[in-house]
Write a protein that binds this ligand. Sequence first.
Ligand code: PGA
Length: 271
Amino acid sequence: MKKKLYIGSNLKMYKTVSETVRYLQRLEENTKEIDKDQVQLFILPSYTSLAAATEAADTERIRIGAQNMSWADEGQFTGEISPVMLEETGADLVMIGHSERRHVFGETDREENQKVKAALSHGITPLLCIGETAGQKEDGISEEILRIQIKRGLRGVSEEQLGNVWVAYEPVWSIGVDGTPATADYAEKMHKAIKKVLVELYQEAAGQIPVLYGGSVNAENAKELIVQESIDGLFVGRAAWDADQFRILIQNALEAAQKKLEAEKKGVEER
Ligand code: PGA
């Protein structure tokens, strides 16, 4: 395949420790045929499940990460969890700026940036989430919002660090039970805009950053989304929380990507 796909799930505030372990065991079992060089799988469970999750999973095949993190190593920050503590769990990935963190808990681009830099300084891969609200989309300023979120979120991140940065585009209006999935065309348009900003910031080195789409992804729309030129992966919520259902989604995405590649090859041969 042309490029490696990134497919993973945020388990949000669902699944206890034992449920997470059972889920991971099942996912590992039913995805064992999938080549890890073709698909990078990842799961983000609750903090209390992280240590058990890194024990239970073959983390070479299924990367385990946290859903949030403090930007400080330690301090008077009651209730927060630091990158040092995250490292102790064995996880090496952290989601930063999920829409629920931004819109339910009021996190700002500035805070997300501090967290991104803190993660990188500890060798933890930040998965920076960005996305416009329904109102911003209606006002026709989606691309401007994404530009701001990227430029602020990655401020101070050097070119050398890019090999360790992931981005997810998750329009706020598309997430969760009340969300409507973005059409593949719309998602592609926004991914193109995101990549354009990344190239402005980092030129060729920007190509190292995978940009994933998230928001009401399911086993059906996964096929159409994954074949878009600028979509490097899928970030899934609800449709991934049953390991067998998630397996179908992953398989569908992989097959669609392979089919596209074969069609492209054939096109080149016929020319
Ligand atoms: P959803 O969640 O797939 O259930 O819409 C996506 C997310 O919150 O990352």
